[in-house]
Design a protein around this ligand. Structure first.
Ligand SMILES: O=c1ccn([C@@H]2O[C@H](COP(=O)(O)OP(=O)(O)O)[C@@H](O)[C@H]2O)c(=O)[nH]1
Length: 496
């Protein structure tokens, strides 16, 4: 019995200080563990959104992805996947609407594979149509309705949360393009100076920017106001219907064929270019239908002369610079405040300028014009030889499209040799395509809060460190105070 007692007394695990120490260590470990577990970032789970951009020339499907627990707060939505729908835009199926729906199936099947199955039912799916459908709706609203019915039917067969298909107004297209660019650049959250957005499509074009000299009362219809992350924005935006590059080409050709000649020598096409074209196809658009010559034969010879300066003169004819009831205008009597800040130019601005190797922002405007003039003057057979991979239809139009872009920016929007250098031709920002689709989804899912989100006072690591240090200090103080208040803790155990 006494040997047992001696063992107990000699065993250091049985001293009060040791017991308190062990309990203290367990308490600290428990405290820190709770702190770590309670505040650990939730396992990265993602949410998804799908937007179909039904443009005049083609449709593209975009899938966006963002961290699930941050959708209303600090996480950024990014493009995860893009699928180009085969064939033309949905407005080209006016006579066979069912095919408009069928055309989307392949990309929608892809979307099913890209979005995790357990997220399908909660993934919103939107379709937004732009200028091609705006024009079809103006021309034949029942055909446009039938295209939408077919598209709707096709999209509802998929397991996503279908949110509707509609035509975006030009103002929405411009404003959402601006939101996309500035969101991806993190300019909105940080309240930085914003970037203007220049979007060029096939059937319309948009310009959107914040100008401190913009007096809304002068032209209220061009104003869109936002409150995003606690900052107020007064955005100027305008969409020019028929001023996308495909419709402007029709207008330029309409101008050259108005007296109904059998052959036109077009300065916007390369020397040696020759195609037989149909009058009825050329005039088959509300942008030009009223200009169809009375005495037009069925076809005309479209031949090229390859002259940039003359091409600019032809292109200028599609703009009206004479009437302006405001203090200042771009063209066609449309108000435009003074240009301000940097601009991102995307969609067809990028495709064309990239092909022409003219996207370098440091290239002076006069050099851009010189290179374009050389390109336009290059004989057609040489151009075809130099670019065997580019489809002939696209290849034939780059001289025209480049000339239109320069004319639109300088004569149309009033960019000068100096301010031209503020334009960046961009396709993507941080792996997401520049365009209206992301801004549209962010808006419809309320992912950009009006007020700046409350951020936790400390990051997770800082929180855990402070908890650990505080617990250790408290424990040391506790031990010291025990020794001070109860001196017996200092004595070594007395062995009997
Ligand atoms: O790789 C490409 C894809 C498109 N485009 C052109 O870019 C424009 C895009 O127009 P979209 O269909 O987006 O027209 P919107 O409906 O916006 O007017 C059209 O002229 C297309 O021919 C191009 O030059 N290269």
């Amino acid at each position: 019995m006494s040997a047992q007692r001696e063992m107990k007394e000699k065993n250091p695990w049985h001293t009060p200080v040791t017991i308190i120490t062990v309990i203290g260590v367990i308490a600290i470990v428990a405290l820190v563990t709770v702190a770590v577990l309670q505040n650990r970032p939730v396992l990265q789970k993602y949410k998804y959104g799908i937007v179909l951009d039904a443009g005049s020339s083609h449709t593209a499907l975009y899938i966006y992805e963002w961290p699930a627990e941050k959708d209303n707060n600090t996480g950024r939505a990014e493009q995860k996947y893009v699928c180009k729908v085969k064939g033309k835009g949905i407005s080209s199926y006016a006579n066979t609407p069912v095919k408009a729906g069928e055309s989307l199936n392949e990309c929608m099947q892809e979307a099913k594979m890209q979005v995790p199955t357990k997220r399908h039912h909660e993934t919103p799916l939107y379709l937004g149509a732009t200028a091609g459908m705006r024009l079809l709706n103006m021309e034949n609203s029942s055909a446009s309705d039938k295209v939408f019915q077919a598209v709707e039917k096709a999209l509802q067969r998929f397991p996503f949360s279908y949110q509707g298909a509609r035509i975006l107004s030009g103002q929405e297209e411009g404003a959402f393009g601006w939101v996309t660019v500035n969101y991806l650049d993190d300019r909105l959250k940080q309240g930085l100076e914003t970037t203007g957005a220049l979007d060029l499509g096939g059937a319309s074009t948009q310009i959107s920017f914040v100008s401190k000299n913009y007096d809304i009362s002068e032209s209220p219809s061009n104003s869109v106001t936002f409150r995003l992350y606690g900052n107020d924005y007064n955005l100027y935006t305008h969409s020019f219907l028929c001023y996308g590059k495909d419709q402007v080409l029709r207008m330029a050709l309409a101008h050259q064929t108005k007296s109904g000649p059998g052959t036109i020598l077009d300065p916007c096409f390369h020397p040696g270019y020759l195609e037989l074209k149909d009058y009825s196809l050329l005039y088959d658009s509300p942008c030009v239908s009223d200009r169809k010559p009375q005495n037009a034969t069925g076809t005309f010879n479209h031949s090229g002369a390859g002259n940039f300066k003359q091409c600019q003169e032809v292109v200028k004819k599609v703009f009206n610079f004479t009437s302006c009831k405001y203090s200042r205008c771009s063209f066609n009597g449309v108000f435009q405040p003074p240009l301000q800040g940097p601009f991102g130019a995307f969609s067809a601005y990028y495709y064309v300028m990239d092909f022409l190797k003219l996207t370098d922002a440091t290239m002076p405007l006069k050099d851009v014009k010189e290179k374009l003039a050389n390109y336009c003057a290059t004989p057609w057979n040489e151009i075809v030889k130099q670019h065997p991979e580019v489809p002939i239809k696209y290849l034939a139009e780059y001289c025209f499209s480049g000339t239109y872009i320069i004319t639109l920016l300088t004569d149309g929007y009033n960019f000068t040799s100096e301010s031209y250098s503020n334009i960046n031709f961009i396709k993507k920002i941080k792996n997401s395509d520049a365009g209206w689709t992301l801004g549209y989804m962010l808006n419809l899912t309320n992912m950009i809060p009006a007020e700046a989100p409350d951020s936790p006072p400390l990051p997770h690591a800082g929180y855990v460190t402070i908890i650990t240090i505080s617990a250790l200090i408290l424990f040391v103080l506790f031990i010291l105070s025990l020794r001070f208040i109860c001196p017996s803790f200092q004595k070594t155990p007395h062995i009997v």
